[in-house]
Design a protein around this ligand. Sequence first.
Ligand code: SAJ
Length: 401
Amino acid sequence: MKACFMGLGYIGLPTAIIAAKHGIQVVGVDVNPEVVEKTNAGQLHIIEPGLAQYLKEVVADGSLVATDTPQESDAYFMVVPTPFKGNHVPDVSFVEAATRAVIPFLKPGDLYVIESTSPVGTTEQMAEIIYKERPELKDKLYIAYCPERVLPGNVIYELVNNDRVIGGIDEASTKKAMEFYSQFVKGTLHPTNSRTAEMCKLTENSSRDVQIAFANELSMICDTAGINVWELIHLANKHPRVNILQPGCGVGGHCIAVDPYFITALYPKESRLIATARSINNHKADWSAEKVVNAMLRFELEHNRKPVVAMMGVAFKPDIDDLRESPAKYIISKVMQSYNNANILVVEPNIETHNVFKLTDYHEAYDKADIVVFLTAHSQFKKLPWCDDKIIMDFCGIFKK
Ligand code: SAJ
């Protein structure tokens, strides 16, 4: 069987590699010539533990070939970004462009799957586009939506072991897509229709966003009430039916901070809780920045000099190098803009350099700082000793106790 993966990014490339490892002949297509070149050279352009060796193997045995144009295959997978336009309206133009690129290659009996996070109705919309261009194929293709659920950093395990939801535009499509994924997925495959599968992906990430918003709201209440929020959540979670997540300095990444807008844009009247959770999580970053600036101003008043401030962590979550939609990055920039000539040391142990921030070693920054602001709970930071002579602002639970 031959499969064509449109998009070799954080999800497309690992999925293409795993499919190739399971005996499928894979063509990986990407618009970025550097990605194509690197992939064909057996070099991984993303950071993902264990994947580099797999890529070398599938390139060496010829089961994965990267190119910039699709080739005739038996199955086609759309794994391209779905960002949003101004006003948080989802932009499916990359899915549409990838779809249009494969239309000339389609033949009766082929499988077409969208994996990209998409607003409800996108699969049906793409089916319409396909059949408008190729009316002779009407009802002769299998068309389905199958979202990914993998957590960056654990992709190889989760691609194989996670359960998956598979929704066809009809039952035959669902069945055909399930046959494809059963070649490499050990988790259970759950059949449904395409609209439910699309909404399921958005629901999973919105549910997490809402739960984090609750924790973030608690953290702001506790700050005013003089209560340690980490202890509070630890204790509340001792109840057998309570499971509160952890507060942080906001919510980042390209999934949880983005996907809920795919619901609120289409169903604004009905999605009040989801919209409020988004705004609470965004507000938490502004609230955190304001707290830091106020502490700096207080320090300057009391000591008659500007404080040295260590900003600990730029990545959007612990122990990764991904800065996409990072609230920490936003907070650092906001503090720099709000406080004239601030003396700020930016720390991110998981990257070498940054195009805007000059990075400082975390030990050095911690030693030199008057105010230490923990924004990302990287493992290294948890080993630092508590210092009574510093002002420590812990937004992510480094010193929970
Ligand atoms: N966060 C908190 N408190 C928590 C948990 C997370 O503030 O208790 C913050 C993180 O610091 C980060 C953000 O939320 O800024 C998102 O991190 P995450 O670990 O919750 O999720 P992602 O974005 O890395 O991956 C999510 C996952 N979805 C769910 O857990 C429902 C993953 O399974 C999806 O595959 C991925 O989105 C995706 O691609 O959609």
